[in-house]
Design a binder for this molecule. Sequence first.
Ligand code: ADP
Ligand code: ADP
Length: 239
Amino acid sequence: AAMLHLEGLTKTYKTGDAALSDVTLTIPKGQIMGLIGPSGAGKSTMIRCINRLVEPSAGQVVLSDVDLVRLGKSELRRQRRRIGMIFQEYSLVERLTVMENVLSGRLGYVPFWRSFLRKYPPSDIQLAYRLLDRVGLMDQADKRADALSGGQRQRVGIARALAQEPELLLVDEPTASLDPKTSRQIMRLLIEICAERGLPAIINIHDVPLAQQFMQRIVGLRAGRVVFDGPPEQLNEAA
Ligand code: ADP
Ligand code: ADP
């Protein structure tokens, strides 16, 4: 696992004002940080700037001594493998099985066609089974992704991200379209898995009560700036 430091991270899209303004913060190894704020506050922009799905306009993204913002394309591709991404649950490849979706995490990109899947070594297959067992989907390995429920799909998303053996997890609205009970189950699973591995994570949660229930640290964004950074108890006092 790694430590993440953001220094003066700023993003101005061509069409507008700064979506992210001068954000500086550090996430130590093993810390799970919940990112909250109203729609348009810059949460997705921040998550996407960290792995450069969005190009930052200024600032640094330092993952254990490497500034990702300064890297050229090929080195960025290598360094990105250190960062696992979990999106809303519709990000699975529908026509592939659960097992194939998890294995695609070993590739570092999402294959769109079955024929793109290489033959995986037995160690990859074993890892994928261990992860499916951990997320409680051992008996679903051969089902197609499009046959799963929302909660199951998100479990596959978690297993796929872990198959990459990441040093940092970025999680963008993991429970956006799940019911409250399933949302809590998924959030609890994520937290347990990160804690087991000492894996730091940034979780974009639009649901504030859910963030308060599960996060040790909450960062609040508003209009691209950090307006709160502390434990959930202090959020109550600030509000
Ligand atoms: P959040 O995730 O907190 O809802 P976003 O990061 O999606 O916030 O958006 C922050 C601001 O940046 C908003 O004003 C949004 O309209 C704007 N924005 C987001 N993506 C783009 C884009 N691709 N091009 C232009 N503006 C964008
Ligand atoms: P979220 O707030 O969940 O990130 P949005 O509905 O704000 O989602 O945005 C959906 C998509 O549109 C995102 O990819 C975002 O980057 C993009 N987007 C948001 N605002 C703008 C904008 N003003 N101009 C262009 N693209 C935008």
